[in-house]
Design a protein around this ligand. Structure first.
Ligand code: GLN
Ligand code: ZN
Length: 764
């Protein structure tokens, strides 16, 4: 037992129970909400969070983790690294300038946005160059800390650490691509020093610096930079105590570096495979003289904690550090706010779930367990055990039929009967497509009328039959346009789908949906990931009806359109009670049945999208081969049950395919379409360089922009593609689905695409 442990978290959902922040910010953008009103909503939400956390029993609450858009953008403001093109706007009005950096304006482009490590949160990428001049601007951090202290909370400012900040940055536009932002460390450190000193001056005892970049492999010079940075900051005279937190995986080589640094505490992740931190910590002799913040509660998944296991971990850790506090592994920003808001959940499943509020309570309970002894939490421990048992023994998580089927899977199930060359010949004979065939990625514009129809159906203003007729009419329109534009392989346009994962999750047994399980994706955009709670099976066909309807309306081939197993996992909350590969295999088998039904109904082309294959790549290189093995096997399991003359397509986006070329090959899809327009067909050259043997459709139309690409531009890209891929294996298609675009641009762009393909085909 220890008296010195306290409970804490690194950050909390920002939006408020009713997503008030989203409404206030969007209201401000639309001119309905004034700046003062927005600021006071933000203040009220921050105070409500602190009160809730302190009342729940946290001994230390985070401050400065709140954000009107993104905490990395806040860091950019804090260190004065405003890009040149935004400086005037920021100087004219700090708030409008801030949103201009986040979202762009008519005149200036926003900062680029990318994924925050392997989460589904997106941050705004800092743009730095040799002429960047940093300047301390700690106002946001100082005001929030002071307010928390005045409100009577024991607050600990949480900042993105200086090394991670630079590692997240990219060279500013116009700066040489090989410029290394980390070369600016010596200039950034004095700014962090100044910020730390001013935080100390207003009363910060501790300040947390997050360095999650060290959950990734880093070369020796970057580890040296980390050591240097904390030697510098640790050596400051008038500074608060420094807690460095690393999360999302084990710290690996960075652990001994930080353990030896002259800092006062370390926050480590002990969940999932990051629990390797435990052995690593023991092997370096622990953290004598330092505070350890133990992230034993999973900060990015929604399952209840296993108290017994966490208490055992904490007991071991108590022997390894001077003081051990209890926390979630990372900011609770990545989980929804409160399970209690859910009214439609099966009560059995509800017991298994912990969102931010419940996780906070778990952290407090575990802290009591180590400070007062386990008898003090006997009742809660018994409840925890019972809930875990109910989950382990539930028919939902243990469907004997699904398990038997997965166990019976053989290698042959995940392999097509013949190799591509043989398949291609029979597919050619069946499909009779021209050289350089054209197609789209699946979705057509999700018009306002479609959204209204869905809302009308939900609200009971129209019945299912009326809704279905609207969908059917939309499909007919989409098909008529594609025929007229001269596309070769058509799609039905996905008008019936709200979201490419949710649509399937709603139809698969074993998935659970929430009503209020919103998590921040970026800015004011929140998503509601479905929960992969149990064994997955497909009670009924999911896409057969609309696909066959579409095919009945045209004599050209209509592609069936499914979401692949990896993407189904990546954009859901996943099970933590079995390996991910096991869950992927279950999903794959359900999709395999759908593929089989589509084929039997006469569908000659079936696309299984895997846009998330690249993004779920593990942070550490050593973990990647195993991931890619199960991920590609799941795809093949879903798609290999078909005849030779059924053409399997797949699609990927979010660029940077270099690391997964081998995996792309291992999918054994007959045709793959990829995002490529902005990178000038780079991926076509990469695939050619790797001797990729099958058909490729590198995108020739950038769908992230409303710009209509001209016939000349598309022709040039197709010709570029032909330098890498022979004409009998090249397709013409956009970069991704068209659901976010408007009809006018889509019409013109696709007409230009088919014209360009025709010209290239005819050698003009
Ligand atoms: N078929 C999907 C669509 O066209 C693919 C979306 C994606 O790759 N993100 O919308
Ligand atoms: Zn895509």
């Amino acid at each position: 037992m220890t008296e010195r442990s306290l409970a804490t978290v690194y950050g909390y959902p920002r939006q408020g129970a009713g997503r008030e922040l989203k409404k206030a910010i969007e209201g401000y953008w639309a001119g309905r909400v004034g700046a003062d009103e927005l600021r006071s909503t933000a203040l009220r939400l921050r105070r409500a969070t602190w009160s809730e956390l302190t009342a729940a029993g946290l001994g230390e609450v985070p401050s400065g983790d709140f954000s009107l858009y993104d905490h990395v953008l806040d860091t950019t403001v804090m260190v004065g690294a405003i890009p040149e093109r935004h400086r005037a706007a920021v100087e004219a009005d700090a708030l409008d300038g801030y949103f201009a950096m986040a979202r762009g304006t008519q005149e200036v482009a926003p900062l680029e946005m990318t994924k925050w490590f392997d989460t589904n949160y997106h941050y705004l990428v800092p743009e730095l160059g040799p002429s960047t001049v940093f300047a301390a601007n700690p106002e946001k951090q100082l005001t929030e800390l002071e307010d928390a202290l005045v409100q009577g909370h024991n607050a600990r400012p949480v900042l993105v650490g200086p090394v991670t900040y630079l590692l997240l940055a990219k060279p500013a536009p116009g700066v040489a691509a090989d410029f290394d932002p980390l070369s600016l460390l010596d200039e950034l450190l004095p700014v962090y020093a100044e910020i730390l000193t001013s935080l100390r001056a207003v009363g910060a005892e501790w300040v947390q610096l997050d360095e999650p970049a060290f959950a990734q492999d880093q070369p020796q010079e970057v580890l040296d930079a980390l050591a240097g940075a904390y030697r510098h900051l640790g050596g400051l005279a008038d500074r608060p105590k420094i807690l460095v937190a690393g999360y999302f995986d084990r710290l690996g080589d960075a652990l001994p570096v930080l353990a030896a640094a002259p800092i006062d505490g370390l926050g480590l992740d002990f969940t999932g495979q990051a629990s390797a931190n435990l052995d690593d910590l023991a092997s370096i002799g622990g953290l004598p003289g330092k505070r350890l913040v133990a992230g034993v509660v999973d900060g990015r998944n929604i399952w209840i904690n296993d108290f017994e296991r966490s208490l055992a971990t904490l007991a071991t850790l108590l022997g390894l550090a001077d003081r051990v506090d209890v926390a979630a592994s990372c900011s609770l920003l990545h989980v929804p706010y409160d399970v209690a808001l859910e009214t439609d959940l099966d009560p059995e499943v509800e017991r298994w779930l912990a969102f931010a509020r419940q996780k906070t309570a778990e952290i407090v309970t575990l802290t009591q367990g180590i400070t007062q002894g386990t008898t003090a939490i006997a009742d809660l421990s018994a409840d925890n055990k019972a809930a875990l048992r109910s989950r382990a023994e539930s028919a939902l998580t243990r469907d004997p039929e699904v398990r038997a089927r997965v166990a019976a899977v053989t290698d042959a199930d995940a392999r097509r009967t013949h190799a591509y060359a043989g398949r291609a010949a029979v597919q050619r004979a069946r499909l009779k497509l021209p050289l350089l065939p054209t197609t789209t990625i699946g979705s057509f514009p999700q018009t306002n009328e479609l959204r209204v129809a869905r809302a009308d159906l939900r609200a009971g203003r129209i019945d299912q039959a009326a809704y279905d007729e609207r969908i059917a009419a939309e499909i007919r329109d989409v098909l008529a346009f594609q025929e007229e534009a001269g596309l070769d392989v058509l799609v039905h346009g996905e008008p019936e789908r709200n979201d490419m994962v949710q649509y399937f999750a709603e139809q698969l047994a074993g998935y659970v949906a929430t009503q209020h399980g919103w998590v921040q994706s970026y800015g004011t955009r929140y998503v509601r990931p479905p929960i992969l709670a149990g064994d997955i099976s497909r009670p009924e066909p999911m896409t057969l009806r609309w696909t066959t309807y579409a095919q009945s309306q045209t004599s050209r081939p209509v592609k069936g359109m499914l979401t692949g197993p990896v993407t189904m996992l990546a954009w859901s909350f996943v099970r933590d009670d079995q390996p991910l590969g096991e869950t992927a295999r279950q999903v794959a088998l359900a999709l395999r049945d759908e593929v089989g039904d589509l084929e039997a109904a006469g569908t000659a082309v079936i696309q299984v999208d895997e846009p998330a294959l690249r993004e779920t790549l593990p942070l550490r290189a050593a973990d990647r081969p195993a991931y890619l093995a199960w991920a590609t096997e799941a795809f093949r399991l879903a798609t290999s049950g078909v005849r030779d003359d059924t053409q399997i397509h797949t699609h990927m986006c979010y660029a940077e395919f270099g690391e997964i070329l081998g995996a792309i090959d291992a999918l054994d899809a007959d045709v793959i379409s990829l995002e490529a327009a902005r990178s000038h067909m780079q991926v076509a050259y990469e695939l050619a360089g790797a001797d990729y043997p099958r058909e490729v459709g590198p995108g020739v139309y950038d769908i992230h922009s409303p710009r209509v690409p001209s016939v000349a531009e598309i022709t040039e890209l197709l010709r570029k593609g032909l330098d890498a891929i022979p004409i009998d294996r090249l397709w013409g298609n956009p970069d991704c689905g068209l659901k976010t675009r408007g009809w006018d641009e889509v019409r013109d762009s696709l007409r230009n695409l088919t014209t360009a393909a025709r010209q290239v085909r005819e050698g003009r």
